[in-house]
Design a protein around this ligand. Structure first.
Ligand code: PEP
Ligand code: MG
Length: 957
């Protein structure tokens, strides 16, 4: 954790522009020995990539990943610019810049610490203007600030059990003392103060305090009691501080005048009291919408809402009726996030404008539509029934619902919808000491459970995930946060839930899909502890075979599924989640991202889950079930037969050999690939090594992985490693990538490697060191233009000069139509082509390969794709080089036969498809595949190509 001292803070500096400001900060960091002088350029480059402006006048300038080596000592330097410095094009002005020198991702910790400042305008103002460097330090490090006025739901005790005025004042005193709003002495004398009667049973007790903070406490006796001849149902104790308590007094006066005081006694929840006492009166027309977003109003939907609000001149206010935070302007993303609105929370929109009607309609519609997130069914409890209807489609018999393949497989069974656990617990606790003991006991019980599970498992994926969960469980931050809540009088459950939810939401807000998907890991661990604390550990399982349907599935849930679960279908979730990785390794079919409508399936309804075709069929008719069962049985039989001959090569009846290779994502898969009959590895997706590391893997780490694959394959089985292919659907947290409108058309694959050549150079060194003179093939992804290839080749030539005994063939992937069309030009300079049919199809047919509905239509067997492959093969043959295919089309038996007929020499595929493809090819003569290929090229669309296989079904499947 980065620490600040007052000496690290410059309270006053002047800079004309951002460059000057950065120069000034860098100068301080260099002077203090934190960084080398060249780090300044890194900071400027970083701003070019993305501005480090955070909001409310704060920026966190720091160097690029490439300049981390220039950091001598990790540290922060804060420089304030009272006149402000223009930081971006859209009017962003920085008053406080926090310069960061960090060797790794420590700046993310700072960012996290800063979120409370960015979201709070008053606190930011104080940060920019206070005369005290120590106060700047405390604000930035999130320490409790002297002089706050504390008044949250934690300070409210409804129906407290107190049945005398003395008990009530004791309770109020304790609440104020906990909030550091009374000194010890004041606490002792709180009984002696005279309260005054406001009316309607409400009394106010005011203490002019010398304590650090001001605060208010609202306490109620169990039953109305009598005081000086008046009734007492609510006591409001205020520790006055500066004048920060005045708005509360004004509100109380307002309530008294409006006759609203009686509402206090009627409040059922602490948040309602807070809302009543701090809410500003907003004038204008209002509408209330429940939030239909599973993960609440996080950054993405908040930004969408702010964008809509900014289209209007009118002031638009949003209030979360289910929290104690006040209304905020809909224009500010951070303020909207600070509402803490969760699924089902009621958002009240207020607009004071002549066009209020139409504005309210637009906003209500956008919220009901999920603001870009999937719309989720909202349970009616504990919130009020929705005024604005939330439309969640329901399913009907025969419906087909499309999702994404989390893990392959097919299943037919009745569906059961399992809802998220609803843990029951109290907000407040009687004894903090007892709560602390319970909390620690629950933590160690979960830790023991996880360790036992770790000891028992032989599954490496599962072991890695459990270890990660153990680390999360023992995270000191979540533990300490919870302990703070407990010390304030909250229950262990409440405190723990607040702590892990805060972390999960922060994680969820990450723009990086992979990181955002890890939020469920935090909730998974969090819920385990909640389960222990509440004793609600297992929901009880269904014994009969079934398909489990749920909102999202956590890794621990996947790993603990009974054998009766034949497949899992989720409304949300992604294909790169840990749950998906586990499901693949455990062989559990998983269909993810099907949308909220799958949650409307009635328990016991038969479904067919076909994860290969990415479709769920609801209540299929008898014929469909019979057909699906027959297909499953036939598939199983063919798989079993093919398995027996898996080591025999794919040689056609007339003696033509097609190499069948494996696609791998990790070195540890190599033994399995050999066991399943691979003749080599045709595509090693090296980006997964990078994704498995929190920062760029070192040359040595990479070298070890590549060497393991080469060793595992042994002599005579070639290895093709594809260099780092990220961007598009595969982000890398530590590689800066701007958010792009069309990431698949943006900076991905080789484009990114050429932007950050150091990473590619390191990878090439690692590869050549691992090969140590053994034959190796390297290929480059997403090449579009010959100049890109030449730039890569120049880099390679520089690196290979250090390895005189290297035996390397270099190829490019053909996965962009331009590369296929220009294959004759490339073929003069490269050793081989490998066709990436997944991307080639998405670019040729203009269908996003991850699109939940359309991706089904992106069938790589489309004649347009086949024609591009044909062009590629012909060009290659003219120049005497060979062509392989490593996209999914190679694992499709019909596709494999057509590709063979087109002249493709090597087919690389997922390991489980190899035996079947080999067996299939052995059923053809080369002449037959050529005829098939010609008919496919002449076909009018994918369906027509697929129809070609029907005639052969009887003898070759
Ligand atoms: C392809 O695009 O076909 C390919 C093999 O690469 P990836 O699926 O990893 O993008
Ligand atoms: Mg690709």
């Amino acid at each position: 954790m980065l620490k600040l001292t007052p000496q690290d803070i410059t309270l006053t500096a002047i800079a004309e522009n951002k460059q000057e400001a950065i120069a000034l900060i860098a100068e301080r960091m260099v002077g203090d020995g934190l960084v080398e002088p060249a780090y300044q350029q890194g900071m400027l480059d970083r701003e070019q990539q993305t501005s480090t402006y955070l909001g409310n006048g704060i920026a966190i300038p720091h160097g690029t990943i490439e300049t981390r080596d220039l950091v001598r000592q990790t540290g922060l330097r804060v420089v304030r610019f009272p006149n402000g410095v223009k930081w971006g094009e859209d009017g962003q002005v920085v008053y406080t810049a926090v310069g960061i020198a960090a060797k790794s991702d420590e700046h993310l910790t700072i960012l996290r610490q800063l979120t409370h400042v960015i979201a709070d305008e008053a606190l930011s103002r104080r940060l920019h203007t206070t005369e005290s460097a120590d106060e700047v330090r405390r604000i930035l490090s999130g320490e409790a600030l002297a002089g706050s006025f504390v008044f949250t739901a934690n300070q409210v005790r409804l129906k407290s059990g107190a049945d005398s005025y003395t008990e009530l004042t004791a309770l109020a005193g304790a609440v104020l003392w906990n909030a550091k709003a009374l000194t010890q002495q004041e606490l002792a004398s709180v009984y002696a103060r005279n309260p005054f009667y406001l009316g309607e049973g409400v009394w106010v007790l005011s203490v002019s305090s010398q304590a650090e903070n001001g605060a208010a406490a609202v306490v109620q006796p169990e039953q109305t009691i009598s005081l000086y001849g008046e009734s007492l149902n609510t006591l409001i104790a205020i520790s006055t501080h500066d004048n920060q308590h005045l708005p509360l007094l004004e509100k109380l006066t307002e309530l008294k005048l409006d006759g609203g005081l009686k509402k206090l006694a009627a409040c059922k929840r602490s948040v309602d009291v807070i809302r009543l006492l701090i809410s500003q009166s907003l004038a204008g027309q209002q509408v209330v919408c429940p939030l239909p977003i599973a993960h609440g109003l996080h950054a993405r939907p908040a930004a969408a809402l702010a964008r809509i609000a900014k289209q209007y001149d009118a002031e638009i206010w949003i209030e979360n009726l289910d929290s104690d935070s006040p209304a905020v302007s809909a224009r500010s993303v951070t303020k909207l996030i600070s509402l803490g609105a969760q699924l089902g929370h009621r958002l009240q929109i207020t607009v004071d404008d002549a066009k209020a009607d139409s504005i309210l309609e637009v906003i209500a519609k956008a919220i009901a539509g999920g603001l870009g997130d999937p719309v989720v069914r909202i349970s009616s409890e504990p919130h009020q029934p929705a005024k604005t209807e939330t439309v969640v489609e329901t399913v009907k018999p025969g419906d087909q619902v499309y999702g994404l393949t989390g893990a392959p497989g097919v299943a037919i069974a009745p569906a059961y919808v399992v809802s998220e656990p609803d843990y029951q617990f109290e907000h407040h606790a009687v004894s903090p000491e007892a709560e602390l003991v319970r909390f620690h006991k629950a933590l160690s019980a979960v830790s023991v459970d996880l360790k036992n599970k770790l000891d028992k498992t032989a599954n490496t994926e599962l072991a890695q995930i459990i270890s990660m969960h153990l680390e999360l469980l023992l995270d000191p931050e979540m533990k300490q946060e919870t302990e703070k809540f407990i010390a304030q009088g909250d229950s262990a459950e409440w405190g723990w839930k607040q702590s892990f939810e805060a972390l999960a939401s922060l994680q969820e807000q990450s723009q990086e899909v992979l990181l955002a998907e890890r939020a469920i890991d935090i909730r998974d661990v969090g819920n385990r502890v909640l389960g222990k604390l509440t004793g609600q550990e297992s929901a009880g399982s269904i014994e009969a075979d079934h398909v489990l349907v749920c909102q999202e599935i956590a890794p621990s849930e996947i790993s603990e599924l009974d054998a009766s679960v034949k497949a899992v279908v989720t409304a949300a979730g992604g294909v790169t989640s840990h749950a998906a990785i586990l499901a693949r390794s455990l062989g559990i079919p998983l269909l993810v991202g099907c949308g909220a409508k799958v949650l409307t399936i009635t328990d016991g309804t038969d479904v067919i889950v076909d994860c290969e075709a990415k479709v769920l069929t609801v209540a299929p008719n008898a014929d469909t079930v019979a057909a699906a069962k027959a297909t499953m049985a036939r598939e199983q039989k063919l798989n079993e037969e093919a398995y027996k001959t898996r080591f025999e090569p794919a040689v056609t009846t007339d003696g033509h050999h097609v190499e069948v290779m494996a696609n791998l994502t990790a070195a540890k898969g190599v033994e399995k690939a050999v066991e399943l009959g691979c003749e080599g590895v045709g595509l090693f997706r090296s980006e997964f090594i990078y994704m498995d590391h929190p920062q760029e893997p070192t040359i040595e780490q990479q070298q070890a992985e590549y060497a393991r694959v080469l060793d595992g394959l042994g002599e005579g089985k070639p290895l093709i490693v594809r260099t780092l292919d990220i961007g598009g659907d595969k982000p890398l947290p530590y590689m800066p990538m701007d958010e792009e409108e069309n990431p698949f058309l943006g900076l991905r694959g080789i484009r990114l490697s050429l932007r950050y050549p150091r990473t590619l150079i390191h990878q090439l060194h690692a590869l050549l060191r691992a090969a140590a003179g053994r034959p190796l093939r390297i290929m480059f992804p997403m090449v579009t233009d010959i100049q890109e290839w030449r730039d890569i080749k120049a880099l390679f030539d520089q690196v290979v000069a250090d390895y005189p005994d290297a035996q390397v063939e270099l190829g490019i992937m053909i996965e962009v139509p331009s590369a296929a069309m220009m294959a004759d030009i490339f073929a003069r300079e490269v050793d081989f082509f490998s066709v990436g049919t997944n991307d080639l199809t998405q670019y040729a047919l203009a269908i996003d390969r991850g699109h939940p509905e359309l991706s089904r239509q992106a069938d790589s067997i489309h004649p347009a794709v086949l024609r591009l492959i044909d062009t590629t093969v012909r060009a290659a043959q003219q120049h005497g080089i060979w062509v392989g295919v490593c996209g999914e089309l190679a694992s499709d038996p019909l596709g494999a036969a057509i590709l063979t007929g087109l002249g493709v020499r090597e087919l690389s595929m997922s390991t489980r498809a190899m035996a079947r493809v080999k067996a299939h090819i052995r059923g053809f003569s080369l002449t037959q595949t050529k005829e098939l290929a010609q008919r496919a090229l002449a076909a009018e669309n994918s369906a027509a190509v697929r129809a070609l296989s029907v005639n052969r079904e009887a003898d070759h499947v």
